[in-house]
Ligand binder design. Structure first.
Ligand code: KG4
Length: 339
């Protein structure tokens, strides 16, 4: 008999529901909230209200597309954290109500672990080779930049992380000062394709170990704009593509330098990338290059699994189900939680 799990993700500004049958994904519905674009960033109160409006239609559609009746579900998995508390509360409360009404177990999922476990999602009719343990995962999103040593589905160790801003945050903040729309990462990626990555140089941080820092880069980008704008008010407009290409080049160099060091020190050649920034085309190209140059076996997620989605919560829930690792209905969400 198959194990059918409904999964809910509501940690930030995407309301998502997915259904998985064993490790095979049957549906993954994502409703991204557009309302935040006007504010240049996610507004927490608006996010929770939008989750409340979206959650029932999204779950309904996920079950419909999967062709699964709610009576056939074996468990409900939900993102418990980290994320925005108001947003998490919507998904958590919904999952709790659903599990209580159907009298099926509830499974809490760590959002960061879920991004990594997305590499184990299978789809019927598609061949897919998941990473072999132990592997390294570069987890890069709007809130995190971490190198994680993944020893098993449930045993993960953060060996390096940002001491200030995340890589996605650096993209978003630099885009904002150039007057680009939110989220800035995908816009920078697009404009960088037409620019020269060596047009401007920025200092790279000197941080010990495998840790990252992006706040210095953000400041040096800001100072470069400020100095040039004094001489030429049209500086940003005239150099937008080169600015984006140079910034993106530096962010990727910083990310890959530490990842390469970790892979070398730990003698690991199985390397994955996850999180919103893993959608970046130049980062994906850097992974391909490293695979050729250093003999890495690389794992790059499908675009649908780069940003927040419930499919990754579903596969994480499935592994916990196999371990009989269920949670109590009284468990609260957490805005901050480690891998
Ligand atoms: O994982 P995610 O969807 O959300 C959280 O951080 O929770 O990541 C969003 C981040 C944003 O900073 C966004 O600008 C960045 O991922 N991002 C990208 C690209 N697509 C999304 N950054 C660079 N290039 C992209 N193509």
């Amino acid at each position: 008999m198959s194990i059918n799990i409904l999964a809910i993700e509501s940690s930030c500004d995407d309301t998502s529901a997915a259904v998985i049958s064993d490790s095979f994904l049957l549906s993954n519905i994502i409703s991204s909230q557009k309302i935040h674009e006007a504010y240049g960033g996610v507004v927490p109160e608006l996010a929770s209200r939008a989750h409340q409006q979206n959650i029932i239609p999204v779950v309904h559609e996920a079950l419909k597309q999967a062709g699964i009746d709610k009576k056939e579900l074996n468990a409900v998995a939900f993102t418990r954290g980290p994320g925005l508390m108001g947003s998490l509360l919507v998904g958590t409360s919904f999952a709790k109500g659903f599990s209580r009404a159907l009298d099926i177990p509830l499974i809490d999922v760590n959002h960061l672990q879920a991004h990594i476990l997305a590499h184990f999602i299978q789809t019927k009719g598609e061949g897919h080779t998941p990473p072999e343990f132990p592997f390294l995962c570069l987890l890069v999103s709007g809130g995190n930049s971490q190198i994680i040593l993944v020893k098993s589905h449930k045993d993960m160790e953060v060996i390096g992380q940002t001491i200030d801003d995340a890589a996605g945050e650096a993209f978003d903040k630099c885009a904002k000062v150039m007057g680009l729309p939110y989220p800035g990462g995908p816009v920078i990626d697009r404009l960088a394709k037409e620019g020269n990555p060596k047009a401007f140089t920025f200092n790279k941080p000197h941080i010990p170990g495998y840790n990252y820092s992006f706040s210095g880069l953000k400041t040096s980008f800001l100072y470069l704009l400020r100095d040039h704008l004094k001489e030429n008010p049209g500086f940003i407009e005239e150099n937008k593509n080169d600015l984006c290409a140079s910034l993106q080049y530096t962010v990727i160099e910083i990310l890959m330098d530490k990842l390469r060091k970790a892979a070398k020190d730990l003698r690991i050649k199985e390397v994955a990338v996850a999180g919103g920034v893993s959608a970046n085309s130049a980062l994906r190209a850097a992974f391909e290059e490293h695979a050729k140059k250093y003999g890495w076996t690389i794992h790059i997620p499908k675009f649908a699994y780069t940003t927040d989605n419930a499919a990754m919560v579903a596969i994480s829930g499935y592994f916990k189900y196999l371990d009989n690792d269920f949670c109590d209905i009284s468990l609260p969400p957490f805005s901050r939680v480690e891998v």
